[in-house]
Design a protein around this ligand. Sequence first.
Ligand code: PHE
Length: 449
Amino acid sequence: MTANRTHSHAQWSSRLGFVLAATGSAVGLGNIWKFPYMIGQSGGAAFVLIYLLCIAMIGLPILVAEWMLGRRGQKNPINTMSELARTHKRSQAWVLVGVSGVLGAFLILSFYSVIGGWALAYVGDAIGGGFRGLDADGAGALFTGMLANPGVLLLWHTVFMALIIGVVAMGVIGGLERAAKLLMPALGVLLVILVGYGMASGGFGAALAYLFNPDWSLVTGEVVLAALGHAFFTLSLGMGIMMAYGSYLDRKVDLLRTARTVVIMDTVIAIAAGLAIFPIVFANNLDPGAGPGLIFVTLPIAFGGIAGGALLGLMFFLLLTFAALTSAISLLEPIVELVEERTPLNRRAATVVAGLATWALGIAALLSFNAWSEVLIFGLTVFDLLDQLTSKFLLPLTGLGVILFAAWCLDKESVRKELGLGAGAFSVWQAVTRFIAPAGVLIVFFSSL
Ligand code: PHE
């Protein structure tokens, strides 16, 4: 069992395996579900442009910083921060960065799994012919009927968590990496088919215009904030995930180049999701600005009406499920790494314990939609509370801590060498990580309060 105790020396088997796992984490419900509806609500292409800027100036530097800290610490995010604070003669208060990261991952996974369960349930509906002939009312009723039924939500949340636990229990190479190598190519193929269908449908031109013609009059402060927040969420930052993933990373891997690859793939897939969804929406005269219901209410109307709609619906919700699974796997990893390193449990037992705890909290989240819809804490349901607590507090604060530690506490020369930068490029890196990215995070933090 000593192999289990020293698992922090576990490593990705190759750079490709790491890239796929990190991209799998980044590409999730945020890309397929949230990004398209945010575009729909926030004024189309102008939002996309601002989002891209946020990714470049804030998302990418924090991603690199998380990997760098994880790779230097070689442990779970809490022990990594403790170790780095000690070796750099800084206050142990930095440990809080690791604590809020892992706590954030735990809280997010509990409700992320509930939404992953919705995706699974819709896969079932597509197979069972549940979309056939749906009109707007029928699609609305299908969705609200599911939310109103705690048994159904519990079933799919449980199946979803069981899949995640099964994968993570098998370890970094046998579980995380293998799942990514299987699911990410499958996701790519499904997306290509769906975008291909979109091109052939009558709505592609309208979708392109919607996604790529900027209308700057729609850009408000709120839109900028939403773009910033999403840049954070979509790269799985501020949750200890990328730190945990970095702890399994070989010294030789080029962080900047790898981050660029992951960020590009994440963005391309998010935009491709828009190119899969909006043509169907426009070709069927549906409303692109339906918000969170865009995927679970609007699209099923189309799937219910068009030829081959059941198959398209199946492919679409499988795509959503695969994206959610690889992200949820990454959410469980930092918690498992922590339990494994701080208790006598081996990896399997640690995964089951961490997974069961998350599953249990998820039950409170799913009851928010029905039995406990009247149970309010600070005026919010449990589901909304978990969402707001993480997205407004834990994630930005963790991200801020990560970037500040990396920019101000690490030895400058060693960072410059690690990133392989010349003096000029390194001063750009420093300006971005010391000032621009932290200022960006702070702005989002205070304006969302
Ligand atoms: N990055 C994932 C997405 O875009 C979301 C996620 C958030 C994944 C938090 C892991 C952790 O959906």
